[in-house]
Design a protein around this ligand. Structure first.
Ligand code: KG4
Ligand code: ZN
Length: 339
């Protein structure tokens, strides 16, 4: 009989220290320690992130193994995020993964974080559906905004991307203007659900067909808030739900415009979203609606696999393990990485 395959996934690319164990494409444990320290600085401070990863990594991995009821000795391989991300943060996860693999004499598997956001759809989970190839993936996070044509697990082509800020940054920077703590994206979403999306209008940025730009939107929101608070100092407080709903509506509508262009250009109507911003209620609703409006087949990930997590690293580890795609101990972490 074949030995059962248990893969430990480790993620440390930004400000979440995470570990997960997968077996037969099912997640046995998914532990995330989010670093609160960055809140007071209004953004992720790389040096503090590295230090927090160092403090968190041992308890997080121990907890993932314990929750999965899997011992270190039962593991088949260790998968870790090689990049893209903050170099200091990546190094903590990769050094830990390499030492563990070496100590236990296990194969090591390197994972591309952005590929993992997409391949999280292949986790066996009743609350999500698996896309058929080929499909389009809209990866929306704090660091990336891309439209990717996926023809196979590891055959991915970026067909559109942001030329400046990522969509998560647009949410977080708008939130900062409104006085929300970092990361403010989820708070904009929370208030947006109570407001009128047509209360205020913001011009959608204009760049190429499938590319994105968010820096102009951030400036437009800043001027809008500054002008209105000049005449009414309580403007934000009195209109917070409508402001958030209008910002969210503009961003979601813009993402959907680009997706519609991508579907038109590729003829592919199978569409998935991934990354932290795919937790947003507006984009989730818009995507569902596209099934009836345009006949798309859409795939929305379980909330647990949207923001940074190690379950997505573990599923890629399992897929690569089955293809005997292992990584050398000397492979270096990479802050910037494409597919
Ligand atoms: O994928 P992720 O956890 O980390 C990166 O790889 O960047 O994404 C984090 C981003 C942050 O910008 C956060 O504000 C945003 O995802 N985010 C949201 C929501 N939940 C997380 N943005 C809008 N609405 C949400 N519900
Ligand atoms: Zn991410």
């Amino acid at each position: 009989m074949n030995k059962p395959i248990y893969i430990l996934g480790i993620e440390s690319s930004c400000d979440d220290t995470a570990a997960a164990v997968i077996f037969n494409s099912k997640i046995l444990s998914n532990v995330v320690a989010s670093q609160k320290i960055h809140e007071e600085y209004g953004g992720v401070v790389p040096e503090l992130a590295s230090r927090a990863h160092q403090q968190n990594i041992v308890p997080v991995v121990a907890s993932a193994l314990k929750k999965a009821c899997v011992s270190k000795e039962q593991l088949s391989a260790v998968a870790y995020t090689r990049g893209p991300g903050l170099m200091g943060a990546l190094l903590v996860g990769s050094s830990f993964a390499k030492s563990l693999a070496m100590g236990l004499d296990l194969p090591l598997i390197e994972v591309n974080h952005m590929q993992a956001h997409i391949l999280a759809h292949f986790i066996e989970d009743d609350s999500q559906t698996k896309p058929d190839f080929p499909f389009l993936a809209l990866t929306i996070s704090g660091g990336h905004t891309q439209i990717v044509k996926v023809t196979d697990y590891f055959n991915m082509e970026i067909i559109g991307q942001t030329i400046d800020d990522a969509v998560g940054e647009a949410f977080d920077k708008s939130a900062k203007i409104l006085g929300f703590p970092y990361p403010g994206g989820p708070l904009i979403d929370k208030y947006a659900q109570l407001g009128n999306p047509n209360a205020f209008s913001f011009t959608k940025p204009k760049v190429g067909d499938l590319d994105f730009s968010f820096s102009g939107l951030k400036t437009a929101i800043l001027y809008f808030v500054q002008n209105n608070t000049k005449t009414n100092p309580n403007f934000i407080k009195e209109n917070i739900a409508d402001i958030c709903a209008s910002i969210q509506f503009t961003i979601v509508d813009y993402l959907m415009d680009k997706l519609k262009n991508a579907v038109k250009e590729t003829g592919i109507k199978e569409v998935a979203i991934g990354g932290g911003v795919s937790a947003n209620s507006g984009i989730r609703k818009a995507l569902k609606k596209a099934e009836t409006d345009f006949g798309w087949k859409t795939h929305i990930p379980n909330f647990d696999y949207c923001t940074d997590n190690a379950a997505m690293i573990a599923i890629v580890g399992e897929l690569k393990y089955k293809q005997n795609d292992f990584s050398d101990i000397n492979v270096a972490s990479k802050a910037r990485m494409t597919f």
